[in-house]
Write a protein that binds this ligand. Structure first.
Ligand code: ADP
Length: 494
């Protein structure tokens, strides 16, 4: 028991810190980035500050030397004051050696060993004497604390070659400045970390909000609620995902609707003949069994109802076979016009008994490669639909036309037509237009789905033009081939 509680607590904890969630990932990425930034800042300040400082300071000393040289040659009277100020502001030691005197302006902030400066100045003067450029400089590191200083010397032009300017500049930052810089770095690091955390939090919430919303809607959908709306507001990607999910949800709703419809239709279609069969069988047992004439009439009703049932089940099987590509085709070259004529003739009896006027408009023989039986099934389906849905106008045209390499079959009726918003669905399995539901016309919605499957297997083009209340034109088009020679035809027959 204790173990179970422990386990569930651990599970709860792991759920709380989901390392693969958008929130945690963004948060972690930002924190890692901020830490990296802080480390780079501290690294730079610790390892590169002194070399960077040394370079900048050396350049500054050269510039100061040039200013002092100009000042010395142009305004000697105020030189002392300027040199003193320059030494103070720049934290340097300046020494001027002329023939008569030696002037020292020590502006270095830390108490320096002036003897060491003297030694430095004498050494650089000796170096200047042997320099061809009139300038000498060197960097010295104190052996005790490894602090560096720049020692620089040049001739003062107006003072003749005996007048020498010598500057000594400490090349390490002022400890106070270093301390201030450190403090600033601490503040900057803190600010960077806080800003990174806030940004990461804001971004993760913004990123995960639309996804969480979509997940909630998807959960609702999985419970069978088709009224959910997927809202991916926020990002282009989530909006696209929401659009795709809305479409999928609409399609699921449609499929669900058709499936409910077909179960209702098929149960109805199966129940009616089964009831008939049962009641006629009972009638034979109870009443007409001894009367051969009446019994045969009742048995004929039973046979016709079983045929109806058989057709329904065969249609359902055909659709399922076509869908799973589990169908055997017997391809041959045959004349489509001749096959269409036989379909027309099979409807003639019905035409005369029920008052239909079916017209056949053939074209020249047109040979196609296909499964003759299945193509006959396609044409029969078109014509029987035309009969079923022609309403009071009982004129039907079967028309064939042939162009250079194509033959087209049209079955035209002048019946109820198909509403434009439903026309795209008539090829879907189990689809029946709303109008024929109201009229109670018998059907399963499987015929055109079978037709579509067969025509697709033949690579045929097909379609329907229809206008509500005016009629429909169902058509297909196939490639023609040359007429098989008598020899080929014979071989096939043999
Ligand atoms: P059904 O068994 O319902 O006839 P089909 O797949 O053959 O099934 O047809 C699908 C639906 O297409 C029919 O229910 C009907 O609404 C519509 N339809 C087919 N042919 C026509 C037509 N010639 N005129 C009007 N509607 C048609």
């Amino acid at each position: 028991m204790a173990d179970h509680t422990g386990k569930s607590a651990a599970r709860r904890a792991s759920k709380r810190i989901d390392t693969s969630s958008i929130k945690t990932t963004t948060l972690l990425s930002f924190v890692i980035f901020a830490l990296f930034l802080v480390m780079v800042l501290w690294g730079l300040s610790n390892f590169f500050l002194s070399s960077f400082y040394e370079r900048a300071r050396s350049q500054e000393v050269i510039r100061t030397a040039e200013t002092l040289e100009t000042q010395f040659s142009q305004n000697r009277s105020s030189f002392g004051a300027v040199a003193m100020q320059t030494a103070g502001t720049n934290n340097i030691y300046i020494r001027i050696d002329t023939v008569d005197e030696s002037l020292v302006f020590d502006g270095t902030r830390e108490a320096q060993d002036s003897d060491a400066f003297e030694v430095d100045a004498d050494r650089i003067k000796a170096k200047l004497a042997s320099s061809a450029t009139g300038i000498a400089s060197e960097t010295r590191h104190d052996s005790s604390d490894m602090r560096a200083r720049l020692i620089y010397a040049s001739y003062l032009t107006s003072g003749g070659s005996d007048s020498i300017l010598c500057i000594i500049a400490p090349l390490y930052p002022d400890p106070v400045t270093v301390r201030i810089l450190r403090d600033m770095l601490i503040y900057i690091s803190f600010i960077v970390l806080v800003v990174a955390l806030l940004l990461a939090f804001a971004l993760s919430v913004r990123l995960s909000a639309p996804i969480e919303k979509l997940t909630r809607s998807a959960t609702e959908l999985s419970k069978g609620n088709h009224d959910v709306y997927f809202d991916g507001a926020g990002f282009t990607e989530t909006k696209e995902l929401a659009r795709a999910l809305n479409k999928a949800s609409y399609e699921m709703e449609k499929t669900d609707f058709y499936q409910r419809e077909i179960i209702a239709n098929v149960s109805h279609d199966l129940k009616t003949p089964l009831t008939m069969i049962r009641s006629y069988a009972e009638k034979i047992i109870d009443i007409t069994g001894d009367n051969p004439e009446k019994r045969n009439a009742d048995l004929n009703v039973i046979i016709s109802e079983t045929e109806h049932l058989n057709k329904l089940v065969t249609d359902m099987l055909s659709v399922s076979n076509l869908q799973s590509n589990n169908i055997e085709m017997h391809m041959e070259t045959f004349d489509l016009v001749k096959a269409a004529k036989s379909v027309y003739e099979s409807f003639l009896a019905l035409a005369s008994s029920e008052g239909f006027e079916i017209h056949f408009h053939p074209c020249k023989p047109a040979y196609v490669v296909g499964d003759r039986t299945r193509m006959t099934q396609v044409m029969t389906n078109f014509v029987s639909n035309a009969v079923k849905y022609s309403g009071d106008n009982k004129f039907i045209d079967i028309r064939l036309s042939k162009s250079s390499k194509k033959v087209t079959f049209h079955c035209i009726d002048h019946g109820m037509g198909i509403p434009s918003e439903e026309i795209g669905h008539v090829w879907d399995k189990y689809y029946r237009t709303s109008a024929n539901h109201e009229r109670g016309i018998e059907g399963t919605g499987l015929g055109l789905a079978i037709v579509k499957g067969i025509l697709n297997l033949h690579g045929a083009r097909y379609g329907v033009e229809s206008e509500e209340g005016k009629g429909s034109d169902f058509w297909f088009e196939m490639d023609t081939v040359r007429k098989p020679s008598a020899e080929e035809a014979e071989k096939k027959d043999g």
